[in-house]
Design a protein around this ligand. Structure first.
Ligand SMILES: [Zn+2]
Length: 185
């Protein structure tokens, strides 16, 4: 009997690991034009286990007049209008990814859009950050592959503002760069 239970647990755990190993890594090439600046970079995603996604962000060329903190989110769709200018191209990714229909918030809160990554710190025109998120994933539920990371012009108020937009987009302003998330391996 003990042996049967052991076999059952073994088969369940191997099923789980098979299901969750569809994609372990994903990436996005981030690009945008802001006035005369070319903003360029990449985001690398690694699924550490079923609940923890490691996110590494490296973006350069951010104009000195922006920052020091800029809103950064996963938006619902892929880039539907790839040949348009930065604003139209990035806005074609739609609103923040919000499958749980919650208000906008900070990455550290449970009361947030799944796609809410909060703010990225800009230093000398560069964002170099890494963090672990427990909601966005490279598998179901909350799979972000095929969706879009978007960097915004202003600081995200993390849903703490008094106006209606604070609960929708954190008043982080128009997009300045974005990139669609694709499978790496
Ligand atoms: Zn949001």
């Amino acid at each position: 009997m003990k042996y049967l239970i052991f076999l059952l647990i073994l088969s369940l755990s191997s099923n789980l690991s098979t299901n969750y190993q569809l994609s372990k890594k994903a990436f996005a090439i981030v690009e945008g034009e802001y006035e005369k600046s070319h903003i360029r970079g990449h985001v690398i995603f690694k699924q550490l286990n079923i609940f923890n996604l490691h996110v590494m962000v490296h973006i350069t060329g951010i104009p000195s007049k922006l920052g020091p903190r800029l809103g950064f989110h996963v938006h619902k769709n892929g880039i539907l209008n790839p040949l348009a200018n930065t604003t139209v191209r990035c806005e074609s990714a739609g609103p923040h990814y919000n499958p749980l229909n919650r208000p906008h918030g900070n990455i550290s809160s449970w009361k947030r859009h799944v796609g809410d990554y909060g703010n990225m710190v800009v230093h000398n025109g560069t964002i170099k950050a890494q963090f672990v998120d427990r909601l966005t994933r490279l598998h179901r539920p909350f799979n972000i592959i095929g969706r879009t990371v978007v960097l915004h012009e202003r600081e995200d108020d993390l849903g703490l503002g008094a106006d209606k937009n604070s609960k929708i987009n954190g008043n982080s302003g128009p997009p300045i760069a974005c990139g669609m998330i694709g499978v790496w391996s």
